[in-house]
Design a protein around this ligand. Structure first.
Ligand SMILES: NC(=O)c1ccc[n+]([C@@H]2O[C@H](COP(=O)([O-])OP(=O)(O)OC[C@H]3O[C@@H](n4cnc5c(N)ncnc54)[C@H](O)[C@@H]3O)[C@@H](O)[C@H]2O)c1
Ligand SMILES: CC(C)C[C@H](N)C(=O)O
Length: 366
């Protein structure tokens, strides 16, 4: 990858590479755009096949956060971190504290939270070094683990997409195929099960699958079978790029609505599923519940206020569908248009992010 060329093409502001020999920290903080406010986005810890793959993931995810935050109506820009390593084996206290010092060095341009492979306990360690972290323990006046709230947002967004596809937003009797039953999807399955949906699940983690089978009567399938199962709704809730040339011909669902970031491998795949008549709930619109929840910490966390805003994901999915129909474009492009128009409008009134009292996490107890 030619980093500067890539940054120039997609308008990235900054990439910070962090290395701490003692703890083994190898992190990439990507800040995409701070027009709307400080860049807020989670920290992913994952084993990457190459450094290039890690850079690509950080960059793609950071841009996704710019769009997610803009589309959700938040006064936040987009950024993301990836830490290279196995979250089950390579974590230590020094690593997250060293990472916290790097974040502190950015003086509020970047605020982190959880993503795949990181937990509330990790965020608490980061908080030892910086206030620019959200999703820490509720004892600090924080919002805690964002995953259940993300799951609730995906659930209400899925209902809005179902209304478009099936004429009703009831999910009772619908079959939902869920790819990955981790932190978000387990909670999503709970909502779906309570409403009377049938579940088909898969995960590379056998224990996660068994939990969904035991708790929700889900049917388990192999990881490569999830695309082709007979279902009404496909919910990608693992990693990105799962809507691609190989998987699209297998999909029988009428709706794609899930938590995973960057579900479309390329935008052409969004065009293809639109041509097939599949209602696609754009990933960063439907999975914004977590960031909406942690962002509320900037105002002194209020769960009722945050949840009310998360319920707005239903309306936001409907709005994207409306734009898609009005402008004759696929839903992914309609979401991009909605986000870009908001950023553009704000760019005309101010350019780069400047610190102000609402961007400082001073409302919590230490
Ligand atoms: N946690 C949040 O609040 C949040 C918010 C927005 C978006 N997301 C996105 O949602 C997705 C899930 O996040 P999470 O926090 O639940 O992560 P998680 O790590 O808890 O869950 C992901 C699950 O996917 C499984 N998995 C990985 N590769 C797989 C494969 N090839 N096939 C099947 N299963 C596979 C993992 O074993 C794991 O159980 C991620 O893409 C994340 O970026 C999460
Ligand atoms: C800020 C976090 C809750 C970010 C979350 N992992 C996301 O992708 O939206």
């Amino acid at each position: 990858m030619e980093l500067f060329k890539y940054m120039e093409t997609y308008d990235y502001e900054q990439v910070v590479v962090c290395q701490d020999k003692q703890s083994g920290l190898k992190a990439i903080i990507a800040i995409h755009d701070t027009t709307l406010g400080p860049a807020l986005g989670g920290t992913r810890m994952w084993t990457y096949d190459s450094e290039e793959a890690a850079f690509e993931d950080a960059l793609r995810l950071a841009k996704g956060m710019t769009y997610k935050n803009a589309a959700a109506g938040l006064n936040l820009g987009g950024g993301k971190t990836v830490i290279i390593g196995d979250p089950r084996k390579d974590k230590n206290e020094e690593m997250f504290r060293a990472f916290g010092r790097y974040i502190q060095g950015l003086n509020g341009r970047y605020i982190t939270a959880e993503d795949v492979g990181t937990t509330v306990a990790d965020m608490d360690l980061i908080h030892e070094e910086t206030d620019y972290v959200t999703g820490i323990s509720p004892a600090f006046g924080s919002s805690g683990n964002p995953s259940p709230v993300t799951a609730y947002g995906v659930y209400v967004g899925m209902k809005a997409a179902a209304k478009e596809a099936f004429g009703t937003d009831s999910l009772e009797g619908k079959t939902v195929a869920v790819q990955g039953v981790g932190n978000v999807a387990y909670n999503l399955c709970k909502h779906l099960h309570e409403e009377g949906a049938s579940l088909i699940v898969t995960d590379i983690n056998k224990e996660a699958v068994q939990r969904a089978v035991d708790d929700f009567g889900a049917k388990a399938v192999n990881t490569d079978e999830i695309y082709s199962v007979d279902c009404d709704i496909f919910a990608p809730c693992a990693l990105g790029a799962v809507i691609n040339d190989d998987t699209i011909p297998q999909i029988k669902a009428k709706v794609i609505a899930g938590a995973a970031n960057n579900q479309l491998k390329e935008t052409t795949h969004g065009d293809q599923i639109a041509e097939m008549g599949i209602v696609y709930a754009p990933d960063y619109v439907i999975n914004a519940g977590g960031v909406i929840n942690v962002a509320d910490e900037l105002y002194g966390y209020n769960r009722d206020r945050a949840m009310k805003r998360v319920e707005g994901i239903y309306d936001n999915i409907q709005k994207v569908i409306e734009i898609s129909k009005r402008d004759g474009i696929p839903t992914y492009a309609a979401a991009d248009r909605m986000a870009e128009e908001r950023i553009e409008r704000m760019k005309n009134s101010r350019s780069q992010f400047l610190m102000n009292p609402h961007n400082i996490l001073t409302h919590r107890n230490r």
